[in-house]
Ligand binder design. Structure first.
Ligand code: 8X3
Length: 256
């Protein structure tokens, strides 16, 4: 097995880095001394994060082939990575399937599934060449159990989970570790807002009365733990929910 780039020990590319779990992950890894390439479409937010953390900001849309190719070239020129963390994604719309909107489904399948595939495909040769590569995909408990109004997101996350499992089988011969983190209810600045078309009142209701939803920092800590574990340790599936969410359909809310 080639160890051509084995001098890189702690260098990660994090997608979805402009907010929420991606942004928190950039902070968590930077604080632990990692070299981090922070990737998202929104250049201004990335620049502020880079300024704060020392991460390298690389604005790009992970669903765009040309931008992914340019991103790969930039990262190669800057020394490469051994860890790819796919966090870009998200939900759009909460319609029942009978009212599903093509544009919502297109967004979710592109962002969660095609984006993960395209960026992983592009970076696999670099991870293989390193000799001890890691891919971490952030999916969701929404990929495990479907719920009313979730069909598009459920389908996208189940598909992203399926490709993660195939990738683990395919790349084990290249000593690439594939980790899947599946969060339940996480309260972030934008997730519910985007899902609910920017309606902040509806978005707030997602978390209303839940004593302690998970935070982006909770998930970033887990991501950081998983990628900092020795490379032979594969936390291959990590399901994480707030205590108040005993299952997808068992979420305890205060009545007050
Ligand atoms: C988001 C989790 O509970 O909205 O990935 O399906 S949930």
């Amino acid at each position: 097995m080639s160890t051509q780039n084995s001098a890189i020990q702690h260098a990660a590319l994090v997608t979805g880095a402009s907010s929420g779990i991606g942004e928190a992950t950039v902070r968590a890894l930077s604080a632990r001394g990692w070299k981090v390439f922070a990737v998202a479409r929104r250049a201004e937010r990335l620049a502020a994060l880079a300024e704060e953390t020392g991460a390298i900001s690389v604005p790009a849309d992970v669903t765009d082939d040309d931008q992914v190719a340019a991103l790969l070239a930039t990262v190669e020129a800057a020394g490469g990575i051994n860890t790819l963390i796919n966090i870009a994604g998200g939900a759009r719309g909460a319609d029942y399937l009978g009212e599903a909107k093509n544009e919502d489904w297109d967004f979710m399948l592109q962002a969660n599934v095609m984006g993960t595939m395209k960026i992983t495909r592009a970076f696999l040769p670099m991870l293989r060449a390193h000799g001890e590569g890691t891919v971490l995909n952030l999916t969701s408990t929404a990929g495990l159990v479907s719920y009313e109004g979730g069909s598009g997101y459920n389908a996208a996350k189940a598909a992203q989970r399926a490709l993660t499992q195939a990738l683990r089988l395919e790349e084990v011969v290249n000593n690439i570790r594939v980790i899947e983190v599946l969060p339940g209810l996480v309260q972030t600045e934008e997730f519910a807002l985007r899902r609910l078309g920017g309606d902040s009142e509806k978005a707030a209701k997602t978390y209303a009365g839940v004593a302690k939803p998970l935070t982006a920092e909770d998930i970033a800590d887990i991501v950081s733990y998983a990628v900092n574990a020795p490379h032979h340790v594969n936390l291959d599936e990590i399901v994480v929910r707030p205590v108040a969410q005993a299952a997808a359909h068992k979420l305890i809310r205060d009545q007050a």
